[in-house]
Design a protein around this ligand. Structure first.
Ligand SMILES: Nc1ncnc2c1ncn2[C@@H]1O[C@H](COP(=O)(O)OP(=O)(O)OP(=O)(O)O)[C@@H](O)[C@H]1O
Ligand SMILES: CC(=O)N[C@H]1[C@@H]2OC[C@@H](O2)[C@@H](O)[C@@H]1O[C@H](C)C(=O)O
Length: 386
């Protein structure tokens, strides 16, 4: 039989991203046909965090002081929520999954730097929701701690989703960018036939994504996000301010680079708001949305060897039609579409990516792309909890 599957497993991928809106769970069939991987999404769902747990996670992300005991207890509460999400999505399948791959919840991320005398330059990335608890509560083999090994070999450990992009979304003739717009935005640059030239693939975090829009929507309008961009659409962006903000160091830094809520923090928003004197609240949302779109578009012009033919959007930002319109205008003649148009559900993409990374770990195949993370070498990602 030609191209028969060499392997087929049922996996659950779990992640809560930097928006901290809830746990994205994906129940995925992974089909391996002689190194050519396919995924079939059986169910994808976001299980919202309990409000009090979300508030506590955001407080820790923002640097609120907590004892080690409190952090450990938070670790277990997050793991319990992840286990509940896994158990809930498991019911959508017709058999028990072979594997749970759980990213957990990032609460701290520090990119690597050049080491100084006697000081480490290694990055630091903390994901809570320990795999041991998920394995214990579900009875399913669980893989977690996906970022640690890349950090150990000098990498940023982020973004990791480019492995899914290279395996599932490269095109024979087109230059593609896979653009995630979650809490933070990040991209994968995929030249044609990327799978044959993995060293030419790179990716990096390229902006604030939705975090600033979300925080401003909460503070100025009392809503958790600007649904469909309806608020921003009513305002006028201030381009002078945006151009000034785009001069900041993060946007000028060449890849590899990664960021998080440590930079795009409540203090960062306060600084932006203090510079928005005289703008209406609608203008402020319009300005932050335009800033988000321009940071993304500028990163293509500044850092990509070839401007893309297609931009495939993943993440919740794809639901903000105003942000999408602005991005489409800014990256013409590239065509902006959602990954759904290429067979990958844009809301479940990160959860599918971790299911795939879990499968690679199980098969002892490398999960990181050194050309993306800046790691010294390829490594196995993730720790297995039986
Ligand atoms: N209908 C909508 N209109 C506007 N924005 C939306 C809509 N739906 C979702 N979003 C935005 O998407 C965000 C969630 O996106 P997503 O779930 O991709 O983030 P994440 O996975 O937590 O982040 P990251 O990718 O950085 O880890 C919400 O916080 C909101 O800003
Ligand atoms: C440390 C960390 O959690 N980084 C996230 C964050 O959220 C988006 C962007 O920054 C990305 O680099 C990464 O997540 C995705 C899942 C990734 O690793 O590809």
């Amino acid at each position: 039989m030609i191209n028969a599957p060499t392997d087929q497993i049922l996996a659950i991928g779990l992640i809560s991203g930097t928006s901290v809106d809830g746990i994205d769970a994906a129940l995925v069939e992974i089909i391996d046909r002689h190194e050519q991987l396919e995924t079939n999404l059986i169910a994808g769902y976001t299980y919202p965090y309990a409000a009090e747990l979300r508030t506590e996670i955001l407080a820790v992300c923002a640097g609120a002081p907590r004892s080690l005991q409190q952090i450990c207890e938070l670790d277990d509460r997050i793991a319990e929520s992840f286990a509940q999400a896994a158990i809930a999505i498991m019911e959508k399948g017709d058999r028990l999954p072979d594997l749970i791959a759980s990213h957990g919840q990032t609460v701290f991320h520090r990119p690597p730097v050049t080491p100084q005398d006697g000081k480490t330059g290694l990055g630091y990335s903390v994901q809570l929701g320990r795999g041991a608890v998920i394995a214990e509560l579900t009875g399913i083999k669980t893989i977690s701690d996906f970022r640690v090994a890349d950090i150990e070999v000098g990498g940023h450990a982020a973004p990791l989703v480019p492995m899914l992009d290279i395996l599932l979304l490269s095109h024979p003739t087109k230059y593609r960018v896979c653009q995630n717009i979650g809490g933070i935005s990040n991209l994968t640059y995929l030249p044609p036939k990327a799978l044959e030239h993995p060293e030419q693939v790179f990716g990096f975090d390229n902006g604030a994504g939705n975090v600033l829009i979300d925080m401003a929507a909460q503070k100025l309008f009392g809503v958790s996000f600007d649904a469909d961009g309806a608020i921003a659409r009513q305002g006028q962006p201030n381009l002078d301010l945006i151009n000034q903000w785009l001069e900041q160091e993060f946007f000028r830094l060449p890849p590899p680079k990664s960021t998080g809520r440590e930079l795009f923090s409540p203090e960062y928003l306060e600084q932006c708001l203090s510079e928005c004197q005289g703008l209406s609240n609608y203008d402020i949302l319009a300005t932050l949305t335009e800033f988000t779109a321009r940071a993304i578009a500028k990163s293509y012009r500044d850092f990509l060897p070839v401007f893309p033919d297609e931009v495939l959007i993943g993440g919740g930002g794809g639901h903000n039609s105003y942000l999408m319109e602005r991005l489409q205008d800014l990256v013409k003649p590239a065509i902006v579409m959602r990954t759904n148009d290429c067979g990958i559900d844009s809301d479940s993409k990160e959860a599918i990516a971790f299911a795939l990374l879990g499968y690679l770990r199980l098969k002892e195949r490398y999960g990181n792309l050194p050309s993306v993370t800046g790691a010294k070498r390829s490594v196995l990602l993730g720790k297995i909890y039986q």
